[in-house]
Design a protein around this ligand. Structure first.
Ligand code: BDR
Ligand code: CA
Length: 318
């Protein structure tokens, strides 16, 4: 029995995202394996209009009845930063996407998040983009940190991808991430150390393409583009395909046995000239170190995780 076949085993999730190729995969996996109470969008990989459009397109492709609310168009401090060098200008370059046919359900994601935290017991917030919306929700109503089951996020790591130590989601809004990490809510962190283990290899992409149907073909095309960008941006031979970061923040909840984790104290650096946007993970073994506030994922069974991606895509393929 699994979360896919037994709805009573599904964690209740609100997915906050900036689609984004790997965000699109996270939406598919969440739709299949969680009790998905809503999708909220944030500026990140692309401007808010694009990430919101992309979320609506994914909802249409899946044919799911889940509300989509748009949120923050800029970080708490400074100017918006996007990732066209990875996801293209649209945030989802590489596939011939249809226009969205269903309307946006609201434009106040922050209030939607606060309301959802009060309406649903045992809710997990799953931010897989910059954490602006979640930080604003925590500022608006700090009591939600104690109400929710926790926050399972994609971000951070012991190395960076937008700067030496800054991973994109944290680097794009460090002040928001700092609020989230200091919130006191139970936290799971899928950082680059684990997400780089989950690559869209050519074999995996062809496995999706073989499922056939619009969703599978679209995702395969998207991952071809995504992998091409990753390989263009890294040393030759370093990666076999794009790192599918975001679905791991969902799978950590639905299939926790696929992961190894360590409990650590983690804070976000907001000041450093070279380290702004770094997740500072306390690896010391000193007895007097601060108590852990985050379960940091360290290893994933990538083949088993990809089996779940393929199963979810096949499920939504007529
Ligand atoms: C994160 O940044 C984005 O480009 C991806 O969607 C992922 O959430 C990886 O650093
Ligand atoms: Ca993302």
């Amino acid at each position: 029995m699994s979360a896919a076949t037994d709805p009573s085993l599904r964690p209740r999730v609100l997915l906050d995202c900036d689609p984004g190729h790997d965000d699109a995969i996270a939406i598919v996996v969440a739709a299949r394996n969680t009790d998905l109470v809503g999708i909220t969008t944030v500026a990140g990989n692309a401007p808010l209009t694009s990430t919101t459009h992309n979320a609506l397109v994914m909802r249409d492709l899946l044919g799911i009845d889940v509300e989509v609310h748009s949120g923050s168009s800029r970080p708490l401090v400074g100017e918006p930063k996007h990732a066209g060098h990875v996801h293209g200008e649209s945030g989802l370059d590489g596939a011939d996407l249809p226009e969205s046919t269903t309307p946006l359900d609201g434009t106040d994601a922050v209030q939607f998040i606060v309301d959802a935290c009060h309406q649903h017991d045992n809710l997990w917030l799953v931010p897989v983009g910059p954490q602006t919306n979640i930080a604003l929700a925590l500022q608006k109503d700090p009591t939600i940190a104690q109400r929710i089951a926790g926050i399972s996020l994609m971000g951070g790591g012991s190395f960076g991808n937008r700067s030496t130590m800054g991973e994109f989601n944290i680097w794009a809004d460090p002040e928001a991430a700092q609020i989230v990490f200091a919130s006191g809510a139970p936290m799971i962190m899928a950082g680059l150390d684990v997400t780089h283990q989950f690559q869209a290899t050519p074999t995996r992409i062809e496995r999706l393409r073989a499922i056939d149907g619009t969703l599978a073909t679209t995702l395969a095309d998207l991952l071809v583009f995504f992998s091409m960008m990753y390989q263009r941006n890294h040393d030759e031979g370093h990666l076999q395909g794009g790192a599918m970061h975001d679905p791991l923040a969902v799978l950590a909840l639905t299939h926790p046995t696929l992961f190894e984790r360590v409990n650590r104290h983690v804070v976000v650096e907001t000041q450093g000239e070279y380290t702004r946007g770094m997740t500072v993970i306390d690896e010391r073994r000193l007895i007097e170190r601060k108590a852990a506030n985050v379960a940091v994922l360290t290893h994933v069974d990538a083949d088993a995780a990809f089996d779940l991606v393929a199963e979810a895509v096949a499920h939504f393929t007529p």
